[in-house]
Design a protein around this ligand. Sequence first.
Ligand SMILES: [Zn+2]
Ligand SMILES: [Zn+2]
Length: 246
Amino acid sequence: MKITVIGFWGAYPEKGEATSCYLVEHNNMTVVIDCGSGAVSQLQNYIELKDVDAVVFSHYHADHQADLGVMQYARIVDKAIGRTSDSLLMYGHREDEAAFASLTKEPAVEGLPYNEGEALHLGEMTFTFSRTDHPVPCFAMRVEADGQSFVFTADTTYMDSLVEFSEGADLLIAETSFYADQDPTNFGHMNSTEAGRMARKAGVKQLVLTHLPHFGEHPDLVKEAKLEFDGTVELAATGKVIELKN
Ligand SMILES: [Zn+2]
Ligand SMILES: [Zn+2]
């Protein structure tokens, strides 16, 4: 699997960048996880929009789905002028019916549900989902293919259930909205210490910190996470590529 960070900011995009969005490619299957603010513009640095097979949304907060509508328009245009005949599949949870309904845009985009505890197969990749602790329903996702795996925490406080869900993953992409000395729990987020702790307890190989804050010095987040976790710790960055291979 090849994972490209398209957007990594929490809340809003810094100029020229994007909020939550990750491109995942494996054997001719192209999946986008979250489609935050600025994501559609950034995606085109790496791929043609017509080649995206599916978008999977962790939850319906704006920093994770602001570009949903323009992604739909792109497929409507691409289908109408014959650049592709494929509809775009958009997956989301059903716990907000109005938001779920917005995933469908006839005749080019089909909204489909995912459910916790049920595997979703996209090409040769298998997605599974685990509920997080956040002000709105939100799901972390684990993606597996060819014996490799990664977990994206989406937005959440520190949870033991996510440690279990991330057990043994090759890569943990963990939201890190705050610094070690800040208490993130009331905001439904994690700090750098908790991201590191989750990586250590789950026994993952590699940790990437994402959903980064608009304050402080980001390298400090890495230093703080490393006090908990001995493996590789890196910051998400626009265009950063992580290849998981056997
Ligand atoms: Zn967020
Ligand atoms: Zn959120």
